[in-house]
Structures are given as structure tokens and as C-alpha cells.
Design a protein around this ligand. Structure first.
Ligand SMILES: [Zn+2]
Length: 746
């Protein structure tokens, strides 16, 4: 209804009119108007001061898995949820979580040095002095070990860094490698080092990547100080995350545990993280050639690859205990479709005080739950069941979410509609990644959220920022395409089990990009003082996160017909297939060119007697792959999606309720219960974290990784598997199209 008062302000009238005249996807016109009004009421509720107080309370003491304050926080969250009128409980699990018993790192030889391995308290930062409760700096799921060996610098420790070392004739066999943090997920670094024969691995934070080279160090600025170090897991999570002793099943009392010596996800060599202050003497001890330009860090001396003449001594031992996990779960029963579940989650555990990671996501999430409690009191009843989850044990290995989802595996595969995740949240631009059947949905919601700094929608702002920052080709696409593309999800937060293992359509969302962040990542200095001085100091984007994630939950939970959309999915699959083809072509061209250079004598010409150069070997030229089944499936999907979306639009939100059941299955059909090659836990055929990237996503991973690893028959086999899954999706969409077309009379 238009009230005369709106005429007083033309801008408000225009904004209001477009909002109210719009019919939301999956809603009838009448239900859409009701929903829009509830959503507007909801978005008025989240309160910055309450979010700030949530963060202050939850970050007051260190709260890692197994610590007293981790449990205390879980109990406080439970009490809060109950006070909002929600039905909440703690679900408890247990998991292997090693903590340090002893850590030693020393440089032997003429200038000996013993690493301090301490993050000292900083006077202005009150919680940085809680050293008794802090976990020491270490990498969880490093094996025990005591090794003495020369050092070799391996840059970021990615597979391609070892190719450079090979050309230089440097082997890491029998050495301890020193790698800088960054560019790949940390767990990949010891994995690749061990594959190349290293006996130990030191990870350090180079100031070029997150220290003084980038900005003022803490506490003058947000960047990592000299003695700051990055804790973190080095478990081989691309094989499977969660409790290492119970892959695929929930870690509940009485479950059978895999013996420790048979666990595949613990590192093969000992690992320890250090600050740049501790790293300096080790880096200075390196001899050998000067590093290539791209390998230089920000410290004021020449970096060499090594090996060092002096030996390094690394000794670590851990308590291999199982620790309790406290997941806090609240449920709002659905009034119309109680067996369809919309799930929202963020973790509550941290490495230390964890104000940014994870509490800048947890604190708004709790405020969302409070706001939903308020809506319930005002008479709102969600159509679907809503489940709010506060996960424990994300930091070590996504423990709480994985064990919960594995425990409820059967129910979730049947009932879960979608999962919405957040983690650390900062000031700046909206970002979201996830399932492409939800790409249109994510775009739609983002158009309704007001950016606190510019007052344009967060969708419009990120679209314009993307236009400014991208290539001409991508710029053209952003301007022409109705929806902004969302990236696929790799790993690195609690959505992993939902999308990759169970095939539940998932979205990970947040804000960021305006502050130079990341400097205190997994450090004792990621705390309330740090967040409130250097990140979202006004809590405007904390509020925006609560508004955005809450609107997604509300709109998905209340829809008459689930607002999944498949044209964007089909378009994305088509893009991935194109990328795979050019990857295969590129690999073939590279090998051909290198073989030709070898036969032309290029490497003899490059020979410098003062330097070592090991020429590459002639390789067999990669064969052509048969992409026909994928081309066919991709075209079929495009056609089926077009027909479905047209029928859906014509139905105006009216369709048999069974259609929802088909739509829930649409993401499941993109999985295969046998999983990916060598990692059956990962069932999704379109998205997975890379075997050698860790967090970074590999799309159509079975095919892509086979090409990258030159496994040609495997690549052809995987092309067929993915095509079969896509054809099943096509069949489902055809069936769904018939259902929509056969809708009952209005
Ligand atoms: Zn986190």
C-alpha cells in the first residue's frame, strides 16, 4: 500500500515502490508482499551495540577446543538462544586434538640460535597477556618428530616451487625446508615437502606477505608484528576433514576409532610455525644461489635457497588426546514444510581469543537468532524448519560441523534444503561463494541489502567495484550478465561437509576488502582490541552481515517453491568445460614447446658455468581427450534449465509441493557416493578443494586434477562420470518442468 507520506520523499517512494512491486522468485504475489514486509521488519532488528557486546563477551578469554572458556562460551550461547525463546541444545562430540607437549627449534653451528616461539604481551592490548590460557604457537596434526638437518628455502612450498628448485639442481631430500606462509593452504606445504623427501618443515610469516612491508605492525597498525606467529592446522584435509579417527561417521560415544598409527591425515614430517623474528637467523644461515626474484621476502638481507652449512634442530612432541566438542544448535520448527530444513552456521571456537576469526561472524549470527526470536513474537511463522548452528572445533579441522553432519547424515541428505555459512567478517564489499543453483538467489538478496557506507545496495556496490578492478572481457560480462557470478567453494570453513560430502546447496558469505587485514590471523593478537581498533570499528558491516545472512535464511525458509534457478548453473558448467579444454590444450602446447627447446639445444645455450642448471627431460605429448560427453551434457543442461526457468516463471509461485522435493535433490544429483579419485569422502563432482591447493577450489575436480597430473586415461574416465551426473540433473529438471506445467488451477 502507498501512503501519502511517501510522496514527501521521492527517493524513498521510488525505492519503496520497486521493492513492494517486485514479486520474489518462488512466491505468489500475495505471499511475496507478506514476505517482503517480514524481511523489512527483520532487517531493522540487528543492533550494532549488541553485536559488539557479543564479541566482547565471547573473546574475553582464549577459547580453543578443550579449553574451559570454549565450554563456557557454548553454555553462554545456549542460554542466549533460550532467552530469545528458541528451542536450543548442545550436541556433544569428541575428536582427536593434539596440543604441544614440547617444541624446540635451534640453529646449530658457529652462530647458534634458539627460537623463542613466544608471542609477547603488548601493554595496550589487555587480553594479549593471558599467556597461561593461550595455546602455544604450533601446527595441529603435525606428527611428533626430532630431526637435525641442513635447511633449504622453498618459497611458498607449492609443487611449482619444487620445479624451480629442480632446475637449480637443489634437492630437499634429507633436509628441513623453511617455507613462507601464503599462496597455498599451510597443510599443503609439509605434504609436498615430505613427497620430495624433506625430513622437517618450518613455516614462517614473511613481513612481505602480512607484516611491515604491507603496513604498520601491531599495535600501531593492523599488520603482523616481528614476534607474531600463525597457528593453524596442517592436517591433510583434502583427503577428509573432521575427526581423523572417525572418517565418514559421527564421533559419538562408542564409535570405533581408527588407531592413531593408521590415520592418513596426520603429516609425514614434523612441522612448526615461527615469526619472522625467529626466522631471521635461519634464513641468514642459508648459502647457495640467490633466490629468483619472485621468491624474495621483505627482510633486509639477500635471500638464498640453501642448503645451509649449519644444521637446524627441530623437535616437537604432542599430547594426542581426544577433546570434547560443543556444538550449539537451535531449531525453529517450520509451520508448512517442517521436514525441509534451512541451516545457518558459523563456528565459535578460535585459536586464541579470535575476535575476527571467528567471532566477527559468530556475533552477528547470534544477533540474527535474536532477531528471528523477535519476529516469532510478532507472529511470524517460517514455512520451513530453520536450524541455527554454532560450531565448535572448526579451527583444527572443521571438527564440530563435520561430526554433526556425519552423525545426522541420513536425515540431512533427506531434509536439508540449503546451508548458509559465514566466518570472519570485515569492513567493505559483499562477497559470497557457493552452489550455482543459488547464484540468482544470492544476487536477489544482495540487491535488498543497503551498504552502510554508500547507501547503494551491496549488490550494486560490489558490481561497480568489480567493474573497476577487472579485465576488459570480464568488465563486459559484468555489464551484460543479469547476475554477478559467484565463485565456487573450495574448503576452509564449515560449509565443507555440507556441500562436498552431503551435496547440500551451500553459500558462504561475508564482507571485507577495505581494511588491510589478515595481519593477526591465528595469532594471540586477533582479539577485541585489534578488531575494535583496526577492522569494522563501527560494527556497521557486522550488522550488514546479520541482515544479509538472516534475509537469505528467511527468504529460503518461507518460499512457496524453493527459489533454485538453473540457467546460472548451466552457464557455469559450460564455462568450466571450456576452461578444462583450454587447460588440456595448454598442457599439450607446453610439453610440445619444451620438447622442441630441448631438441634445439636451448638449454645448452642457457648454460652458465658459474650456475647450476638442470635441463628438463623430454616428456610424452599429452593425448587429445574426448570431451564430447561433457559437451553434450552441458548443452542438455542449458536446454533443460531454460525450459524449467520459463515454466517456473509462468507458474507465478504456484506449483505442486512435490516440486520442492525435486529441487532439494538437485544438488545431491551432482554428487557420487564413490567420491573423487583417492578421496571418497569428497562426493561432489563439480566442486572440491584442490589436492595440492588445500583451500583453493578445483572445479570439475576429477577431470581437472587428472589433466594437471598427466593422468590421461583417468581424465577420460572422469569426463564420463561427470557427464552421467549432469544427465541425471537434466532428467530431474525435465521432470520438474512437467510438474510446474501441470500445476493446479489458481
Ligand atoms: Zn574461522
Amino acid at each position: 500500500m502507498r501512503l501519502p507520506i511517501a510522496a514527501l520523499c521521492l527517493v524513498a517512494l521510488a525505492a519503496h515502490a520497486t521493492d513492494a512491486d517486485r514479486v520474489l522468485r518462488g512466491y505468489t504475489a500475495a505471499d511475496s508482499a507478506t514476505e517482503i514486509s517480514w524481511e523489512q521488519k527483520f532487517r531493522a532488528l540487528p543492533d550494532r551495540d549488541r553485536i559488539r557486546e557479543n564479541m566482547r563477551r565471547l573473546s574475553a578469554r582464549p577459547h580453543h577446543v578443550g579449553s574451559p572458556y570454549d565450554k563456557d562460551n557454548a553454555e553462554w550461547l545456549l542460554a542466549q538462544l533460550k532467552s530469545f525463546g528458541l528451542d536450543a541444545q548442545i550436541e556433544q562430540f569428541s575428536a582427536l586434538f593434539p596440543t604441544p607437549k614440547s617444541r624446540k627449534l635451534e640453529l646449530l653451528g658457529p652462530s647458534p640460535y634458539t627460537a623463542k616461539l613466544q608471542e609477547p604481551p603488548i601493554p595496550v592490548d589487555p587480553t594479549s597477556s593471558q599467556t597461561d590460557e593461550q595455546l602455544p604457537t604450533y601446527n595441529a596434526y603435525s606428527r611428533d618428530g626430532d630431526v637435525t638437518a641442513p635447511l633449504v628455502y622453498v618459497n611458498y612450498g607449492r609443487p611449482e616451487d619444487y620445479e624451480v628448485l629442480d632446475r637449480m639442481g637443489i634437492s630437499v631430500k634429507g633436509a628441513i625446508v623453511i617455507a613462507r606462509y601464503g599462496e597455498s593452504w599451510r597443510g599443503i606445504k609439509p605434504k609436498v615437502a615430505a613427497e620430495h623427501g624433506a625430513v622437517g618443515c618450518i613455516l614462517y610469516s614473511d613481513p612481505r606477505d602480512d607484516g611491515f612491508f604491507r603496513g604498520d605492525p601491531y599495535p600501531d597498525g593492523p599488520m603482523r608484528p616481528a614476534e607474531g606467529a600463525q597457528r593453524g592446522s596442517v592436517m591433510d584435509m583434502p583427503i577428509y576433514p573432521g575427526d581423523p579417527q572417525t572418517p565418514g561417521v559421527g564421533a559419538v560415544p562408542g564409535v570405533k576409532l581408527i588407531p592413531l598409527d593408521q590415520v592418513k591425515t596426520i603429516t609425514k614430517i614434523p612441522v612448526l610455525p615461527i615469526s619472522w623474528s625467529d626466522a631471521q637467523p635461519f634464513l641468514k644461515s642459508l648459502g647457495g644461489e640467490t633466490v629468483p626474484e619472485a621468491w624474495r621476502g621483505g627482510l633486509p638481507f639477500t635471500y638464498h635457497v640453501g642448503p645451509s652449512t649449519a644444521q637446524a634442530h627441530l623437535a616437537v612432541a604432542f599430547n594426542w588426546d581426544r577433546k570434547p566438542l560443543y556444538d550449539v544448535i537451535a531449531r525453529i520448527p517450520g509451520a508448512k514444510f517442517p521436514d525441509q530444513w534451512v541451516i545457518r552456521g558459523n563456528h565459535h571456537d578460535a585459536w586464541v581469543n579470535g575476535a575476527e576469526d571467528p567471532l566477527s561472524g559468530t556475533s552477528p549470527e547470534l544477533e540474527e537468532a535474536r532477531s528471528l526470536g523477535q519476529l516469532l513474537q510478532q507472529g511470524w511463522k517460517p514455512a520451513r524448519t530453520i536450524i541455527y548452528c554454532f560450531w565448535d572445533g572448526e579451527e583444527p579441522a572443521l571438527l564440530g560441523s563435520t561430526e554433526w553432519a556425519e552423525t545426522h547424515d541420513k536425515e540431512l541428505r533427506q531434509h536439508a534444503v540449503a546451508y548458509f555459512n559465514s566466518d570472519g567478517n570485515d569492513r567493505g564489499y559483499f562477497h559470497a561463494g557457493g552452489s550455482h543453483s543459488l547464484e540468482n538467489f544470492v544476487n536477489d538478496v544482495a540487491k535488498n541489502i543497503t551498504d552502510p557506507e554508500t547507501n547503494m545496495s551491496v549488490w550494486k556496490r560490489v558490481r561497480l567495484v568489480d567493474i573497476a578492478h577487472t579485465t576488459p572481457a570480464d568488465r563486459r560480462e559484468i555489464r551484460d550478465r543479469a547476475d554477478l557470478r559467484i565463485p565456487a567453494l573450495g574448503s576452509g570453513s564449515d560449509y565443507t561437509v555440507f556441500i562436498d560430502h552431503l551435496g547440500i546447496a551451500s553459500v558462504n558469505l561475508g564482507y571485507g576488502g577495505e581494511d588491510e587485514g589478515g595481519g593477526q590471523y591465528h595469532s594471540a593478537y586477533d582479539d577485541f582490541y585489534y578488531y575494535t581498533h583496526f577492522l569494522d570499528t563501527t560494527f556497521d558491516y557486522e550488522r550488514a552481515l546479520a541482515q544479509t545472512a538472516g534475509t537469505m535464511v528467511l527468504r529460503m525458509a518461507d518460499a512457496d517453491i524453493l527459489p533454485f534457478q538453473f540457467a546460472d548453473l548451466a552457464d557455469t558448467v559450460h564455462l568450466y568445460v571450456t576452461q578444462l579444454k583450454s587447460l588440456a590444450d595448454q598442457r599439450r602446447d607446453e610439453v610440445k614447446e619444451r620438447n622442441r627447446e630441448i631438441s634445439e639445444g636451448v638449454y645448452q645455450a642457457l648454460y652458465d658455468p658459474k650456475k647450476t642448471l638442470v635441463p628438463p627431460k623430454v616428456e610424452p605429448v599429452p593425448p587429445y581427450l574426448n570431451f564430447a560427453p561433457l559437451d553434450q551434457a552441458s548443452d542438455d543442461l542449458t536446454e533443460a534449465a531454460k525450459s524449467f526457468d520459463a515454466a517456473f516463471a509462468a507458474a507465478g509461485g504456484v506449483a505442486p509441493a512435490d516440486l520442492n522435493l525435486d529441487l532439494i535433490r538437485s544438488e545431491r544429483l551432482l554428487t557420487n557416493s564413490e567420491g573423487l579419485p583417492n578421496r571418497p569422502w569428497f562426493e561432489h563432482l563439480l566442486y572440491a578443494p584442490g589436492f595440492y591447493t588445500g583451500y583453493g577450489v578445483k572445479t570439475i575436480p576429477g577431470v581437472r586434477e587428472a589433466i594437471e597430473q598427466s593422468q590421461w586415461p583417468e581424465a577420460d574416465h572422469q569426463i564420463v562420470r561427470v557427464s552421467v551426473a549432469l544427465e541425471h540433473e537434466v532428467d530431474l529438471l525435465k521432470q520438474a518442468t512437467q510438474l510446474v506445467a501441470a500445476r493446479p488451477a489458481e
